[in-house]
Design a protein around this ligand. Structure first.
Ligand code: FAQ
Length: 311
């Protein structure tokens, strides 16, 4: 890229301009956005699977309707984000190919199993809670279509977080067995939720450049700290214990000191060796293959319709 063009582009970013699809952008900026937005889209699509597991077993009709609506929202977010990525010159088929071949990532969190109904509470409360913490600042990201997608998505994520917390309240204040299920769900999801923010700043390869381009607004560790600060009082309100003996309020930094997740486990999950990686990817590949006849039918119909119009 021409140095003059790069400097002018950086000046636009620094001024707070939004970059729009047809405008000039450095190749690295385009590639980073495609990576981040498509990974986010894949996360929404794969993220339907752990909760989809409980739709047929929700304890009441009302809970079932709410969970169904939440999972449908996630499909919508995924499609919305694929569209935003397409404005950068990648096709949806290419993105699916990257997901199905294992080349593209999706959030590590969705490689953990959802074992009990309380996990639906923990996912909504902690996973959507972490997603919001990450995505609210992204409403100010420099790429126009992405920032606008984030505004809408964050509104729905807030509802998701509240429904999860509501399940946790019910369980934590229910029978002793229900309280234990809620505690167990918190025990299993706490550290995987902390991992959602990405590796520690010192190991984050992309943060510096992404922040200079305002593709990212905060560092991974900043957002993780914010999440802990907001979530610990919510756990206390539920009467549940965060599974971290080192957790302590630190008045000097006006935040909690807390233990880091097991980063070796995180990198293993990223390499495809988490508890559910194979199952999740397998389910997506199967869905793609099972839908082949339908895609072919649609294309054949579109071709015929175009011929008819031309004739
Ligand atoms: N999982 O240099 P950095 C949701 C990778 S919310 C997997 O720090 P970056 C809603 C990273 O890609 C979840 N991979 O990377 C929902 C990179 O590898 P690469 C989705 C991870 O991009 C809720 C390498 O590690 N949200 O789905 C993870 O600057 C409930 C080095 O890391 C978003 O994607 C991870 N946790 O920062 C749905 C938000 N962390 O690509 C259903 C947008 C890092 O070079 C139910 N994304 N990696 O091969 C972001 O903000 C950023 O991409 C970060 C990572 C913060 C995730």
């Amino acid at each position: 890229d021409d140095p003059g063009m790069l400097a002018a582009f950086q000046a636009r970013i620094d001024r707070g301009d939004k970059i729009e699809p047809k405008e000039w952008m450095p190749e690295g900026y385009r590639k980073t956005l495609i990576r981040q937005i498509s990974q986010h889209a894949h996360s929404e699509i794969v993220g339907q699977l752990p909760e989809g597991n409980w739709i047929t077993r929700a304890p009441t009709l009302q809970r079932k309707a709410i969970l169904l609506a939440k999972v449908q929202d996630e499909a919508g977010h995924g499609l919305y984000l694929y569209s935003a990525a397409e404005t950068l010159g990648i096709s949806r088929d290419e993105m699916f190919e990257q997901l199905h071949s294992g080349r593209a990532k999706y959030s590590s969190i969705f490689n953990y199993p959802t074992l009990t109904w309380a996990d639906m509470g923990a996912v909504g409360w902690l996973v959507d809670g972490a997603a919001i913490m990450n995505q609210v600042p992204l409403q100010r990201t420099s790429y126009g279509p992405y920032s606008r997608a984030m505004i809408r998505i964050c509104k729905e994520e807030s509802f998701h977080q509240r429904q999860g917390y509501h399940i946790m309240m019910k369980m934590a204040r229910g029978t002793e067995a229900q309280r234990e299920m809620a505690q167990d769900a918190l025990d299993r999801f706490w550290y995987p939720a902390l991992m959602m923010f990405g590796p520690s700043d010192k190991d984050s390869v992309h943060s510096q450049q992404s922040m200079a381009w305002k593709i990212k607004i905060n560092t991974n560790d900043e957002l993780r700290q914010r999440f802990v600060n907001e979530t610990v009082p919510q756990a206390e309100f539920l009467g549940l214990t965060v599974p971290d003996p080192e957790l302590r309020w630190n008045p000097d930094k006006e935040g909690y000191d807390f233990s880091q997740p097991d980063w070796d486990e995180f990198f293993e999950v990223l390499k495809g060796n988490g508890p559910c990686n194979r199952e999740r990817l397998g389910a997506r590949v199967r869905a793609w293959e099972d839908g082949a006849w339908f895609r072919e039918g649609l294309t054949a119909y579109a071709d015929k319709a175009a011929q008819r119009r031309a004739g």
